[in-house]
Design a protein around this ligand. Structure first.
Ligand code: PXG
Length: 442
């Protein structure tokens, strides 16, 4: 079913594509056949500048030799080994190296295969933790409007994106939501973290008054919301959330699936904001996106609370066939080495000012109603076409791909999150491209 070159599938019917307008795509496919560093190559031989690190995951850029080689080596040595009641050295090694760079006190790691699974794992740890501590009445989970925590049932229940929720029944019971923090009328064109809105964290006080703290297990938020269009926490907001959680014995979960591994210019968003959660979910950049993997970090106190009872008993009835898969661990270790050797976990801080200035130079481009930035993340919010929400941004996405660069759009927001190896010249190129696209579309 491949063409002469062995690259171009000629029958697109069988693959039901995820989060895709399938019929639209299949009429005019956009095919990527190879990648190197900052670029993809299309099936017709065009280079496409990656403005999004794939889906926020290829933080070190594409096809990095160390990672490719580590995968190849591991696949030939120990391809798979169970992690239930068995071990293999590399998974312990990788957990230790991850703990080395984790925020203070987060010294245990539970492996999953994706961000969605990391979220489910974190929610289950939170519920079970309260139960082992004798506070089994704490069953309620609090998420946030416009939050994205993957696509499994726990994640869409605490999530706050209506399209991801409305088709799927009644979801988890006992969930409530904080308001989102996107105050465009007050904070538009902020550089970095916006000034207004820290008081929105006090809404947690209101939920505690409504439900009583004794029924609430955990609050889960993205420190910076990505999928819903790059929504930044107002100055002081996350600290306030931390304080209120502490006051009432509620666990705080940071979903760092996007913000983890250098995206904000620090290893984790927790480092950026100086706020340490009790549980932290990660995925994506943990293996540079190359092999599916997720990692949930927990504080010692939480892990240790489970280590009671008879020693022959399983302490936590949870895990995946591929938790700590050896090839994923090899990819992860090589990824960490690459990040370290090239200073990538803090590169966003070095180049952040240049990125910010470049992005905000678009403030007079057509259709732009807000620009936001933090680390190596950017968002350009467009005025929707009246009566046709999302259409303008989708046109921008299509024009971008035609013009040789890749962006992500959600609603009428363009999100940018290039690999952390991007050069200043490539930042200029990306921003020039965006300007041309905004001029070209209706
Ligand atoms: N939590 C957060 C905060 C995420 O951003 C997930 C969980 C789920 O991860 P998995 O690995 O199960 O997809 C995510 C995923 C986008 C985009 O363009 C974002 C994600 C995935 C795909 C596209 O904003 N985030």
């Amino acid at each position: 079913m491949l063409d002469r070159l062995g690259t171009k599938p000629n029958d697109l019917r069988a693959f039901w594509m995820p989060f895709t307008a399938n019929r639209h795509f299949k009429q005019a496919p956009r095919m990527l056949v190879s990648a190197k560093d900052m670029h993809y190559t299309t099936d017709d031989g065009r280079k496409v500048l990656d403005g999004t690190s794939g889906l926020w995951c290829v933080n070190a850029g594409h096809c990095r030799p160390k990672i490719t080689e580590a995968i190849r080596r591991q696949a030939g040595e120990l391809d798979y080994a169970p992690a239930f009641q068995m071990g293999h050295p590399i998974v312990f090694e990788f957990a230790n190296r991850l703990v080395d760079i984790a925020p203070e006190g987060m010294d245990h790691v539970f492996f999953t295969n994706s961000g969605s699974e990391s979220v489910e794992t974190a929610l289950k740890i939170a519920l079970a933790y309260h139960r082992v501590k004798g506070e089994g009445s704490r069953t309620r989970l609090i998420g946030r409007e416009r939050g994205y925590h993957g696509v499994n049932f726990g994640g869409i229940s605490v999530g706050g994106i209506v399209a991801n929720r409305k088709m799927f029944g009644t979801l988890l019971g006992g969930v409530d939501h904080l308001p989102h923090t996107h105050l465009i009328e007050k904070n538009a064109f902020s550089r970095g973290v916006p000034e207004h809105g820290a008081e929105l964290a006090d809404e947690l006080e209101r939920l505690v008054a409504l439900h009583d703290a004794s029924t609430i297990a955990a609050v889960i938020v993205e420190p910076v919301a990505g999928s819903a269009g790059v929504l930044l926490p107002p100055k002081g907001y996350l600290k306030r959330l931390r304080e209120i959680c502490d006051k009432y014995g509620i666990l705080l979960i940071f979903d760092e699936v996007i913000t983890g591994f250098g995206r904000l210019g620090t290893p984790f968003a927790s480092d950026y904001f100086g706020v340490v959660p009790d549980i932290m979910t990660t995925a994506k950049g943990v293996t540079n996106g190359v092999i599916p993997m997720g990692a949930v970090f927990v504080k010692k106190e939480i892990h240790d609370a489970f280590m009671t009872g008879p020693e022959h008993m399983i302490e936590f009835f949870h895990g995946y066939t591929y938790s700590g898969n050896p090839i994923a661990c090899a990819a992860g270790l090589a990824t960490l080495e690459t990040y370290k050797e090239e200073g990538l976990l803090t590169r966003g801080e070095e180049i952040g000012q240049y990125w910010e200035d470049a992005l905000h130079s678009l403030n007079d481009a057509p259709h732009v109603i807000d620009i936001r930035n933090i680390g190596l993340v950017g968002a350009i919010e467009l005025e929707p076409i009246p009566g046709q929400p999302t259409k303008r941004a989708f046109s921008a996405f299509l024009n971008a791909f035609e013009s040789g660069y890749m962006i992500r759009t959600t609603g009428d927001i363009i999100a940018l999150s290039p690999p952390l190896i991007i050069s200043k010249a490539q930042i200029d190129e990306l921003v020039d491209h965006v300007r041309k696209t905004l001029k070209a579309i209706d």
